[in-house]
Design a protein around this ligand. Structure first.
Ligand code: ADP
Length: 321
């Protein structure tokens, strides 16, 4: 166990889910933005709360552990932790401070960062007794609270770092994929796309010819990442199933994508369920040129936005004592 009543600091990265063709299965972590958290454990008296959440940002997210995704993930963590403990061991409680730097609802895994950060922090405090797969399982309860379904396409890269493939949720099977250096440009247009809307407009059936294209692209992308073949990665960043439907919710999407590719981006698309859009590039210089195109386009149509030029984060949630 880490010392009682001693705060640790946690850095929980933003993540990009889907990675264009890998709807619900692929995702990667980025070096910025990230949430900052602090956590400590103390011995709990019989009637005391097991989890206390303190928000130190201005987003006014709930502090009730059952309504905050960090709390939902920690409830699942503590249930299994307490089952593992002998009945004579002291009961523990967690205090969590959250400084959210990833705007909720931006589509870059704001909820996943809180859920993943909380369980990685808790595991560190109790002596790292759970595996990363266990932590993903606990953290998915946070995603269930935020979006109604347990999904791991943001949680997995947030905990493992790098690019991850969620081959299966039940039973959970996560594969950490190698990747060459990739620079990432993200633009977050300041509009609201509700995850429920982004899901409800999707067609429930897929044509076989589209499915064949899509699995060709997914396999091509995974092979490209493993072989550090940038051209293959670029060619495989194509989505014939989800993007044509979802992109109608994001102003200027097609023009923006075209302009970014002209500026040298390998490719990219909607981050998670949007509204953020991401592009991958081989060099930082290209990633900066891509940012310029994004700004120009959204300035041109008068749409306020934020951009990030960053790279793939290979470590996932980090603990700083
Ligand atoms: P993102 O795609 O950026 O993760 P989501 O729409 O998945 O955004 O999640 C944000 C939703 O989760 C919001 O409705 C927010 O109120 C809720 N939520 C609850 N607790 C948190 C938290 N600690 N961090 C972020 N969002 C939270």
């Amino acid at each position: 166990m880490f010392s009682e009543n001693q705060w640790i600091k946690i850095k929980a990265p933003a993540t990009v889910a889907n990675m264009v063709c890998g709807f619900d299965i692929l995702g990667f972590a980025v070096n910025s933005p990230y949430d900052e958290m602090e956590m400590k454990w103390t011995t709990r008296a019989e009637n005391e709360a097991r989890i206390t959440i303190i928000n130190i940002d201005n987003y006014n997210l709930p502090t009730d552990p059952e309504k905050n995704v960090a709390g939902a993930a920690l409830i699942a963590f503590l249930e299994e932790y307490e089952e593992k403990q002998k009945s004579s061991s002291p009961k523990i409680k967690f205090e969590v401070k959250i400084n959210k730097l990833i705007k909720p609802g931006s589509g870059v895994g704001s909820s996943a960062a809180s859920s993943a950060g909380a369980v990685v922090g808790a595991n560190y405090l109790v002596g790292n007794i759970f595996s990363k797969d266990d932590l993903v399982r606990f953290a998915m309860n946070g995603e269930k609270l935020a979006s109604g379904v347990k999904h791991a396409d943001n949680i997995a890269p947030c905990i493992f770092g790098g690019v991850t493939l969620v081959r299966s949720i039940f039973p959970l099977e996560i594969i950490a994929l190698p990747s060459p250096t990739l620079h990432v440009t993200i633009v977050h247009p300041q509009i609201e796309v509700r995850t429920s809307d982004a899901r409800s407009i999707l067609r429930q059936q897929v044509l076989l010819k589209d499915a064949i294209k899509q699995w060709g692209n997914i396999a091509g992308l995974v092979a490209g990442l493993m072989k550090s073949d940038y051209d293959l990665i670029g060619r495989s960043l194509e989505d014939v199933i989800i993007e044509p439907v979802r992109s109608i919710l994001i102003p200027g999407f097609d023009d923006l994508k075209l302009a970014c590719k002209k500026a040298g981006a390998l490719g990219g698309g909607i981050s998670g369920s949007g509204p953020s859009i991401f592009m991958l590039s081989k060099t930082k210089e290209i990633a900066i040129a891509v940012e310029k195109e994004m700004k120009q386009l959204y300035d041109g149509i008068g749409l306020p936005h934020h951009t990030y030029v960053t790279s793939i984060n290979q470590t996932g949630v980090e603990i700083i004592e």
